[in-house]
Design a binder for this molecule. Structure first.
Ligand code: PLP
Length: 413
């Protein structure tokens, strides 16, 4: 590997996306490789939240539901996200958390396949997805079960005539492995099932086209690659063909066809709005809304291209410079089969990551032995990749990760 730091500085100089980093409140010396867990803040988001606090809430109070467009933020923001994931203008709403939205779409899906009782997912899926599916099967209480597979190779045999819905996360949260959305959705449909995609690690990370894939439902996260802020509201996509018939059990007044009629009986909105439940957290909604403006300035293909280059550079540098220290690539080597993150396994992954964090290289640890590094093209520089590996080499060579302070587990890893 002949790449030196100067070469990576030159890559940054030629990178059209490089100026976008300055829109984020990121310290210049911070190497932030954890945007797949919590995206950083753009400075204009703080200004917008302040304006919402001081003017809209502070001065205009309740008038802001109309005057400032608060009431329709679920749809306004939903349209922006829908563009990024291949949906139409009215196919996405922003609401609740990813977990709660999974509950809604899974419940909707199994209700549409009453003669079938199985939900299929992957054992390696993000646990909340599996926990929610468990809750749904327990609640349905008609012999419903969650069937877990260990690899996509098992999908073919797992999807029999009893499968109501297949729920997969498009990009695996630990390894970054990407599913073939079109092929999997087609297989599920051929067997009469419905397809739910979790886009938590896809939206804002790589091109997604739900309409082309013919997906039935999708959910995703506002605080990862979309940079909406801690606990930002999540989103729900429902295929237009299902919006009028799919029903979900959290039938709150926001999903009613006429919320301000205050009718004692629930009647679902005729469209995607029926997937709303209650009053949205407006401060978080305006933060996410403003954070999304940046996507007007970039093409998702360019994001993907830079993401692949960042990840490939990282893998090449780690493998050439950290040889013999026990790191093994835990992500797919083929860039097309990988999302925007790279993981290495190591027996001492936890303290190594803590030592990196102490040096200003922020990645994260995922049990049991994964060092996870996210490469968000909006603000990660090629020189960051070089410097991150420099720090990793230093941590491994010096053995500084063995210090006691790096071996104490925090609540959040
Ligand atoms: C991050 C993530 C979630 C988060 O769910 P919350 O309800 O926001 O806590 C869900 N699923 C996947 C696959 C994720 O990566």
């Amino acid at each position: 590997m002949t790449i030196d730091r100067a070469a990576t500085v030159e890559m940054d100089r030629q990178d059209k996306m490089a100026p976008l980093r300055d829109t984020f409140a990121l310290r210049d010396d911070l190497i932030y490789l954890d945007g797949n867990s919590l995206g950083p803040m753009q400075t204009k988001v703080a200004d917008r939240v302040r304006q919402c606090l001081h003017d809209e809430w502070g001065q205009d109070l309740i008038a802001s539901w109309n005057k400032a467009g608060w009431f329709t933020l679920p749809q306004t923001i939903g349209s922006k996200i829908s563009r990024m994931i291949g949906g139409g203008k009215n196919d996405v709403v922003v609401t609740d958390s990813t977990s709660v939205n999974l509950f809604k779409v899974l419940a909707a899906a199994i209700a549409m396949r009453p003669e079938r009782r199985v939900i299929v997912s992957e054992r390696s899926n993000f646990p909340t997805d599996l926990y929610i599916a468990e809750g749904i099967t327990a609640m349905a209480d008609k012999g419903h079960e969650l069937r877990l597979i260990d690899s996509v190779d098992e999908l073919d045999s797992a999807i029999d005539g009893d499968v109501a819905v297949v729920m997969l996360t498009h990009v695996n949260y630990r390894t970054g492995a990407v599913h073939d959305m079109n092929a999997v959705t087609r297989m599920v449909h051929e067997r009469g099932g419905l397809m739910v995609w979790d886009l938590a690690h896809s939206a804002g990370a790589l091109p997604v086209n739900l309409a082309e894939a013919n997906a039935d439902f999708a959910v995703g996260c506002g605080y990862k690659y979309l940079n909406g802020g801690p606990g930002a509201p999540a989103f729900i996509y429902v295929a237009p063909r299902l919006q009028g018939s799919a029903t979900q059990p959290l039938s709150g007044w926001y999903g009613h066809k006429a919320p301000f009629a205050f009718d004692p009986a629930y009647e679902a909105a005729p469209d995607i709005d029926r997937f709303l439940t209650g009053t949205p957290p407006i401060l978080s909604m305006v933060a996410l809304d403003t954070a999304l403006d940046i996507w007007d300035q970039v093409a998702m293909e360019d994001i993907r291209d830079k993401s692949k280059r960042l990840c490939e550079l990282f893998i090449a540098l780690v493998e050439s410079r950290c040889d013999g220290f026990g790191l093994a690539l835990a992500s797919p080597r083929d860039a097309d089969a990988r999302g925007s993150q790279v993981c290495f396994s190591h027996a001492d992954a936890y303290p190594i990551m803590q030592a990196l964090i102490a040096r200003g290289v922020i990645g994260d640890f995922r049990a049991p032995d994964i060092l996870r590094f996210g490469f968000a093209p909006l603000y990660v520089r090629f020189a960051d990749v070089y410097d991150a590996v420099d720090h990793l080499v230093a941590v491994l060579q010096s053995g500084e990760w063995q210090q006691e302070q790096f071996n104490v587990k925090s609540l959040v890893t």
